[in-house]
Design a protein around this ligand. Structure first.
Ligand SMILES: [Zn+2]
Length: 590
């Protein structure tokens, strides 16, 4: 049964790959002719007049829906143009589903992909995880072909744009539906259908267009016509107004599967894709001179004495730590220092103060932007993944996670001093995972766990360890179906190869029993609930969502993927607390 399913899916993929290629060929021949073959349609706009329209755009507001559609098409092409020089990261986390009698559809296994997209003329993708073949095969459970087609350059560009090649009136019909608010943004809603002879793989669905500049802010639908024996995923694609004038693709949710009685649809999954790092430097350091920072000069603390051997050793570790953190930020894997770090820092300080810990250098914290649940430390910097912060149910659980890394620091388990040599920073961003690694040996792990429990017991969190214990139980429970989420890429994983919990298992054994049917027992949260990521500049902050009452065991969804519903707002609007960039500071507040 299982094997049959894989074979079926694999054959779908082959069909789709072939098709994507065909379309790519078609479009390149179209490109040579500089216009789509169907320009005889009276409304199709030649490229030359498009830019003229764009120039006139700010002058005259559209008065008819036809003019709105024309403007939307112009803006969509402007977005593609603007993104041509960008190489964002794209992460997809996918959970295959099975039906559970009590909990409904639950994850049966999962898959993880991380890559860098080049949004130039020919869209290209390089994977962070593909350097180590055996690792990838392991990660994908031997079915590495599955879902790959989603990332065929054409396939993926389809999911962030409606149609990268031919988004125009020649290929599509637009039908106005209504006005609707998405968050703070009033939108015009259109149903978009491919014209009769528009060709294969055209967008079919609905678009939301904001009513000031007429940029698309959301796309929801699939691609059509559906070829024989193959399928396209459904997608719900969201964009955010992160830079003036543009709404950049940030989230894509996909879901397939039907669990209704008698349904024949056997392939069931849900997947979250996140795109970020639009503002990362493409080749690395080409504009180093223009961005020379004065604030990094360290002359404030003039030293009148020479470094003792111990001081030299500490400076060496500091240099390694700084190198690694800076390099991870350049790779788009670690967020810039920010608001979330202050929260993590506060919890670390609570542990440090109540345990009378005296360290020669302060402990710092940073957020790794990726989803897999992992922590590691390099020197005195503790790094926690966004995915892990997302699923932690409370502050005591966060303290639990941080206490293990703090224990490594207190016990002097320093890793990574070899990275004080700068040649070890010179590698391509995509090969970060094969050049960095901060895993401790089992003895150090055990020692850190023992010390961590001691730190927690002396801290204000000692009365609140029931929830962290439940979190570890839930993790143990779900681990067999979440191996991709639990595979750490730089630090130690929570589980071993057999899917058994190895981190803080003594704490897991304490506290109350896990009971999924108890509504007041929240052991772990769904993915994506806590940390908000700015796709343009990689800054992270905590989301400000009001708590929603849980009415059944199915509402808990521990570690599960859910749809995205970001609160849309305009870059400079007052309600916007999250997406402002430095540019907005120069704008008067009213
Ligand atoms: Zn550890």
């Amino acid at each position: 049964m299982r094997t049959w399913k894989w074979i079926l899916t694999a054959s779908l993929l082959i069909t789709l790959n072939a098709m994507a290629q065909q379309i790519a060929d078609q479009s390149s021949s179209n490109a040579a002719a500089s216009q789509p073959a169907t320009t005889s349609a009276p409304t199709a706009q030649p490229a030359a007049t498009q830019s003229a329209n764009q120039a006139a755009a700010s002058a005259a507001a559209p008065t008819t829906m036809d003019q709105v559609v024309d403007r939307t098409i112009v803006r969509e092409h402007a977005l593609m143009d603007m993104l041509k020089t960008r190489t964002p990261l794209v992460e997809t986390y996918l959970q295959n589903l099975k039906s559970d009698p009590k909990l409904g559809p639950v994850p049966s296994e999962d898959h993880y992909f991380l890559g860098r997209l080049d949004l130039g003329e020919s869209i290209d993708r390089r994977d962070y995880l593909s350097r180590d073949e055996s690792f990838e095969k392991n990660l994908l459970g031997g079915v590495s072909k599955l879902f790959k087609f989603e990332y065929k350059p054409m396939g993926f560009s389809w999911m962030i744009f409606a149609d990268r090649e031919d988004f125009d009136r020649g290929h599509y019909s637009f039908k106005y539906v209504r006005r609707e608010f998405l968050g703070d943004v009033r939108c015009l809603v259109f149903d978009v259908t491919p014209k009769k002879d528009a060709g294969k793989g055209r967008f079919l669905g609905r678009i939301w267009v904001e009513d000031q500049d007429y940029n698309i802010v959301r796309l929801n639908g699939t691609y059509a016509p559906r070829p024989k024996n193959a399928m396209y995923f459904h997608m719900d694609s969201w964009r955010l107004n992160l830079i003036p004038g543009y709404w950049v693709p940030a989230f894509i949710y996909s879901e397939e599967g039907d669990f209704s009685y008698g349904a024949k649809d056997k392939m069931a999954f849900k997947a979250q894709s996140r795109i970020w790092g639009y503002d990362l430097k493409k080749g690395g350091k080409e504009d180093e001179l223009t961005s020379l920072r004065v604030d990094s000069v360290k002359d404030e603390t003039p030293s009148t004495t020479d470094a003792s051997p111990l001081e030299a050793q500490r400076q060496w570790q500091q240099q390694a730590e700084d190198n690694v953190v800076e390099r991870l930020q350049e790779s788009g894997l670690v967020a810039p220092d920010g608001e979330v770090d202050k929260v993590l820092q506060t919890v670390v300080n609570n542990l440090i103060v109540t345990n009378n810990i005296d360290l020669p250098r302060p402990v710092r914290t940073r957020v790794m932007i990726t989803s897999p649940l992992e922590t590691f430390s390099v020197g005195n910097t503790i790094v926690v993944s966004r995915g892990l912060i997302d699923v932690l149910p409370d502050e005591a659980s966060l303290a639990m996670v941080l206490s293990h890394e703090l224990a490594h620091i207190v016990l002097g388990h320093n890793l990574g001093s070899k990275f004080a040599f700068n040649d070890r920073m010179l590698f391509s961003d995509e090969s970060t995972y094969s050049n960095f690694g901060f895993r401790h040996n089992p003895d150090e792990e055990t020692a850190a766990d023992t010390k961590a429990i001691e730190l927690l017991k002396n801290s204000p969190y000692t009365q609140k360890l029931d929830v962290p214990s439940l979190f570890l139980k839930e993790l143990s429970d779900r681990a067999p179906s979440l191996s991709a989420l639990l595979t750490a890429h730089l630090g130690n994983s929570f589980t071993n190869e057999k899917g058994q919990l190895v981190r803080l298992s003594a704490l897991e054994a304490m506290g109350p029993a896990l009971d999924p049917s108890k509504l007041d027992q929240i052991a772990a949260l769904p993915m994506g609930g806590r940390v908000k990521l700015n796709a343009w500049n990689d800054r992270v902050e905590l989301t400000k969502s009001a708590p929603v009452a849980i009415t059944s065991a199915r509402d808990k969804m521990p570690f599960e993927v859910t749809p995205f519903f970001p609160r849309l707002s305009r870059l400079n609007s007052d309600a916007n607390t999250g997406n402002t960039t430095s540019a907005s500071n120069t704008t008067p507040s009213n």
